[in-house]
Design a protein around this ligand. Structure first.
Ligand SMILES: Nc1ncnc2c1ncn2[C@@H]1O[C@H](COP(=O)(O)OP(=O)(O)OP(=O)(O)O)[C@@H](O)[C@H]1O
Ligand SMILES: [Mg+2]
Length: 355
């Protein structure tokens, strides 16, 4: 649906060149929800604004539904832009227009008859759950309601693509959930491809199918959400993934010398991660029984992404050294990632490490 080919965008800023986007190649498939995540200044908004040419790339080509937008005349571009709706963190509604008038605005030059237009707008207001508010002004609405108006307005021209630039960043967690649910509905029921910019991995986890991680203008990692969560490769990706669970707290506790992490001789602290789909065996109780190990789980975070369990455990394991080592081997064979975070064996006896 969307293809970036060697896209770069540079800005001149006081005689200095800023490379906001550098040589990005990306394919976004039709019907998907595609996340773009990165820290502030990474180039996310600039990249996404290259899709509807709110920014024109300094180099490279952008294709939407097979048409190279970067090569179109103004007229043609205006026509094609209708296929692309956009929503923003700050909603960008017309303050002096009612909810109804805001949603009607993109249809002002449409060829639809009066009755058809009305029906269309009513339908959109129903879709976003704001039928009762059509005469209200934006100042009379909550943030979540304003974003619903913006979504209805963005859908007025029947777009194929919806660009969302931090559309939930100004909202509380519960409202965020309800907006994400609405976007998912728009994606599933209307088949609209959604590009979601966010700096929250939780948003990616909740609704995206695929994700690209941006750093300093470049896409440094991309893949299915499951792949990226299960085995993040870049440091920045690991940090984003860790931000959605409590598991990385263990590193701080070890650093702080917390009593929770004080080990007796022979014990070690393991972090286990699900790395593959379809992990359904009761592995923890299995290794506990088979190798006569005590396993004290101190952190756990397991949830489902696209119906597959993902996440992990942090546990203190005690037992015979040899048995711990064999248990680790078995876990690895079963596609569980094992990291030895702290090992009383290595602290006291270098020759008997857990792994
Ligand atoms: N119109 C502009 N003129 C000059 N520099 C710009 C312009 N727009 C963006 N930049 C610069 O390009 C870089 C990328 O900015 P961009 O807004 O795309 O980042 P972002 O990832 O969306 O950040 P945020 O999460 O804060 O929204 C930044 O260094 C920014 O200062
Ligand atoms: Mg931005």
């Amino acid at each position: 649906m969307i293809r970036f080919e060697n896209v770069s965008k540079r800005f001149d800023s006081g005689g200095r060149q800023i490379a906001a986007v550098e040589n990005v190649n990306l394919n976004i498939q039709k019907g998907k929800i595609f996340g773009i995540i990165g820290f502030s200044g990474a180039g996310k908004s600039t990249l996404v604004r290259c899709i509807n040419l709110l920014e024109s790339p300094t180099e490279g080509k952008v294709y939407v539904d097979g048409v190279e937008l970067t090569g179109l005349s103004e007229d043609k571009l205006r026509e094609h832009r209708k296929k692309i709706g956009m929503i923003f963190q700050q909603f960008n509604l017309f303050k002096s227009r009612t909810v109804y008038e805001n949603v009607a605005f993109p249809l002002r030059r449409s060829k639809l008859g009066k009755a058809e237009k009305e029906e269309k707008i009513e339908g959109l207001l129903k879709l976003v759950g704001l039928e009762e508010y059509k005469k209200s002004y934006p100042s009379q609405l909550s943030g979540g309601q304003k974003q619903r108006v913006a979504i209805a307005r963005a859908l007025a021209n029947d777009p194929q693509v919806l660009l969302s630039d931090e559309s939930t960043s100004a909202l509380d967690p519960q409202t965020t959930k309800s907006i994400l649910k609405l976007l998912k509905k728009v994606n599933e029921e209307m088949g609209i491809t959604i590009v979601m910019i966010t700096h929250e991995m939780q948003v990616v986890k909740e609704i995206c199918d695929e994700v690209a991680v941006m750093e300093k203008g470049q896409v440094v990692e991309k893949g299915s959400v499951f792949e990226v969560f299960a085995s993040p490769k870049q440091e920045i990706t690991k940090a984003f993934v860790d931000s959605t669970s409590n598991l990385s707290r263990i590193y701080e506790l070890v650093e702080e010398g917390s009593p929770m992490t004080a080990l007796k001789e022979g014990q070690c602290i393991l972090r286990l991660r699900y790395l593959k789909q379809d992990v359904s065996d009761a592995l923890v109780s299995h290794i506990s029984r088979k190798y006569e190990l005590d396993i004290n789980i101190i952190f756990g975070n397991i949830e489902l992404i696209h119906e597959n369990p993902i996440g992990g455990l942090v546990a203190i394991v005690s037992g015979e050294r040899k048995n711990i080592q064999e248990a680790i081997e078995l876990l690895k064979e079963k596609n569980i990632g094992v990291e030895v975070i702290l090992d009383a064996g290595t602290v006291r006896k270098n020759n008997t490490q857990c792994a």
